[in-house]
Design a protein around this ligand. Structure first.
Ligand code: EVI
Ligand code: ZN
Length: 259
């Protein structure tokens, strides 16, 4: 079923074809200091990524995604709230139509210009599709994009490829890339149990949301907005505002790794 982010197939309608979208463990959520619980037993998280695992970059009409070889424990995330290692499968972005919004998670009322998601799956399950059916199947590391004067040079590599994947379905080789170069200095994080922020919205994700945003320039955000959600031979529809509004937290605890 075609779902999207606006009008009749937007986030408020997703539940009609994807009933889980109205579940009790949906993402994204608002993270408010007053409701966060500092958990001193939370461990630091570690990413050990092999640059050689990077394969391609693509525009799927919904986001810009970089895909990695996840056929063995080649690029993994471990520690933090996680048991064992989780395999890096892909990274992608969410962004707005202007710099004052675009992130999915909202921190103390602050919306960032965008949000980077690095998706990992638990290899204790036989494959990715099996992992998305398990509450501990997926781990997503989320990093906010904040607009500032001194852009992160490491974002350049991804943005240089944008011209090759302008329209839906376009894909380009993206070899030799270690996404940990995009990480901010601090590894402080919040963590909670939630879902995919896109349909079918399975509730299988341990979210690890970094407190420190990475700084991108307004031009870099504008570059992302030059992507189109239509295919090459269709009328141009800018790919912008591909973020889901925050969902009810219900009885979930958001834990912080920092005081
Ligand atoms: N935005 S997300 O990381 O929850 C995601 N949706 C589909 C694949 S990965
Ligand atoms: Zn995402």
């Amino acid at each position: 079923y075609p779902w999207g982010y606006d009008g009749d197939n937007g986030p408020d309608q997703w539940h009609k074809n994807y009933p889980t979208a109205k579940g009790r463990h949906q993402s994204p959520i608002e993270i408010n200091n007053k409701e966060v619980h500092y958990d001193r037993s939370l461990l630091p998280w570690f990413a050990s990524y092999d640059p050689g695992a990077a394969k391609t970059i693509l525009n799927n009409g919904k986001t810009c995604r970089v895909v990695f070889d996840d056929s063995f424990d080649r690029s993994v995330l471990r520690g933090g709230p996680l048991q064992g290692v989780y395999r890096l499968r892909q990274l992608h972005f969410h962004w707005g139509s202007s710099d004052d919004h675009g992130s999915e998670h909202v921190v103390n009322g602050v919306r960032y210009a965008g949000e980077l998601h690095l998706l990992h799956w638990n290899p204790k399950y036989s494959n990715y599709l099996d992992a998305v059916r398990r509450t501990d199947g997926i781990a997503v590391l989320a990093i906010f994009l904040q607009v500032g004067k001194t852009p992160k040079p490491e974002m350049k590599r991804i943005l240089e490829e944008i011209n090759a994947i302008k329209t839906k379905g376009k894909e380009a080789p993206f070899p030799n890339f270690d996404p940990s170069i995009l990480f901010p200095k601090s590894h402080d994080y919040w963590t909670y149990h939630g879902s995919f922020t896109t349909p079918p919205c399975e509730e299988c994700i341990t979210w690890i949301v970094l407190r420190e945003p990475i700084i991108v320039s307004s031009d870099q955000m504008a570059k992302l907005r030059t992507l189109s959600k239509n295919a090459e031979n269709e009328p141009n529809l800018p790919l912008v505002d591909n973020w889901r509004p925050t969902q009810p937290r219900y009885f979930r605890m958001v834990s912080a790794s920092f005081l």
